[in-house]
Structures are given as C-alpha cells and as structure tokens.
Write a protein that binds this ligand. Sequence first.
Ligand code: PLP
Length: 366
Amino acid sequence: MNYTRMVIEKEAPEEYGYDRIRYNLSESSIADQKLSDIGLSLPDLTLFYGEHRGDKELRALIAAQDAGISPDDVLVTAGAAGALFIISTSLLSASDHLVVIRPNYATNIETPRAIGCAISFVDLAFEDGFAIDVEAIKAAIRPDTRLISVTCPHNPTGTMMSRADLDALVALADASACHLLVDETYRDLSYGTRLPSAASLSPRAISVSSLSKAFGIPGIRICWLVTRDAALQETFLAAKEQIGICGSVIDEAIARGMLERRDTFLATLLPEMAKRRDIVQVWIDREPLVDWVRPEGGGVGFPRLNVEPDFDLDRFYAKLLESHGTYVGSGHWFEMPKRFFRVGFGWPAEAELRGGLDAISAALRG
Ligand SMILES: Cc1ncc(COP(=O)(O)O)c(C=O)c1O
C-alpha cells in the first residue's frame, strides 16, 4: 500500500479550524446532532468486545430496510470510509483493474490507487446533468476488471441514478463476473424515490451506507457494508477483525437508538432538506454567475461558476474565506476544475446558508 493524504481530508474544515469559518458551506452531512437532540442517553453498558460482525439488533435494523437482506449479510464497520477500505483491500490487488465513476468520494479513488490498481475513469459531465452513462461504463470493462465503483446519491453532485440504470449496472456486473460497489451513504436523503440497496438485487453487488450524513452523527463512526455473498462477507469480516476485531460497544448502542427512531427522524428531516435545496435554487436563479444541476439526493450540490477563462479562481476562494469567512469545497477536492465547487446546504443553519450564498456572490464581484 502506498498511502497519500487526500486533499479533501487535508483541507477539511475540522483540520482548518471550525472557529476560523463563519459560513461553513463545505460540509456534506446534515447538522451534527447531540445525544439530547435525538432523545438518547447512554445506558450503563458493559464494555466488552462486541460481536465481531456488529451488534445483532443493530444489524437486524439495517437488514430490515431492504427485502431479501438478512442480518448476516450486514457487516458493521468504522465509518463508510472503513467499509470502502475493507472492500478495496479485500477485492483488489495491484494486478487488477476497476472502473470508477468520477467525480467521486475520494476514498473510492485513493484506496485503489494506493493498492496500485489500474483504474479506468468514466467522467460525469455537467452538460449531461452529471448522469451516468451505462454504455461508457460497459465500454471500460476489461477481462481483468474486478470492480465497478459508483456512488448514489452522488457526492458531490447530488444526482441519482434511475432504477433502470441501477438494474443495468447490476446486470453488467453479473455478465462481466465482476463486483458492483454502490456507495449508498446518502440513500436516506433521497428527495424522490429511494432506490433499493444494490446488494438486495444481486450477490455480486455490495452496498455501503452510513449514519454520518443523513443522521448527522459522524462522530460515532458507524456504517455498514452489505453483501449476500457469504464467502465474500467472511473475507470482509476477516479484514475487519485484523483491523480492529469489533466495533465500539458505545457507538453501536447509539446507532441502534438512532435507527429505532429512523422513520420519525427522516419524516422531519426530508422536507427541511428539500427546503434548503430550494434556498440554493432561488439564489442560483437570480445569480447569473452560477449554475448547477439540481440535486435529487444528499445534502450537497456541485455548482459551476460562469466566469471568463482568465478569472482568478485561487484569488476568489482565498477572498471568500479570508474576507467573507465562507468555506466551500473547491473542485480540486474531486479532481475537477476549480470552476466547480461543492456547496453543502444541509449542515449550516438557514441564516448561515443564506449568508454564505450572498458571500459567494460578493466574492465573485469584489
Ligand atoms: C459518498 C461518501 N462515502 C463515504 C463517506 C465516508 O463517510 P463516513 O466514513 O463518515 O461514514 C463520505 C463522507 O463524506 C461520502 O461522502
């Protein structure tokens, strides 16, 4: 493994310093929750080694979300980041090839790179509404392809695959005898129809999801991966055991409490998030220097600046932060031109979101 720190993590707001940012539009989750916000308090837990796959009740709550998934198909991991690491290091070696839809969450690219895999990128384009092109993905498959890696709802664009495209990718993985990884971290933040988890559609599909984004509790580092391939799940479990044996008993207890409240929590959250997205939409409608593809899921969008080629983008981002206290995720976090930036509309309070959007308009002109 050849590790390099990812730009998105080096420049993360928590690394830069939350106290130096006034309008934080760089986050990709909903607002961070306190235990009291979700009506939880910690019971007097026995702090033993937990079940290696993850607490049984927790896995049952996760499995119950999709038809055909059993608790044994679920492995609880330390963050979606941990799940993605386990999947890449278990499935891939330096002589393997994978197809990655880009832009993407950085770990989906960096871990295969650290392993030394050959990667074919299928790039999404603003002009196509950042929609995936199944034919282009098919064309990128080689005899040594082990994995197709896609994120839906997508980070950073907020776009979603159609059900037909998801089915087509599952069929492609089946026909090519490779695996399909769908990073479904934002699935509970779907504004229209929520897609089924890919793992419920085929034993060749692996789903990853997390409590970090839609539930605003990234500090407990609870996520899961799902596969119906029992032998593969055994390998993933072996990786988890070698990394950390089991998860944190405390984290898993909080996660269980959160998922027991899931439906009530999401019933309040989803209309609020759709309202936030509309606040950005109204700003974009009256801001000629910014366009976007309206997100259909998640808490982020990936606007494009309509500026001349000689516009000084580095100066813009510096001024935005230093003079206006506003932080967004510049395109380079996603191997995209700096003309694009990720705006997180779910994390800031409404007034902070509005203040940050106005600051972008001001920084574009000042
Ligand atoms: C698409 C996607 N996958 C995975 C992660 C990692 O999330 P966590 O490790 O907090 O569950 C993120 C975080 O930004 C993400 O956006």
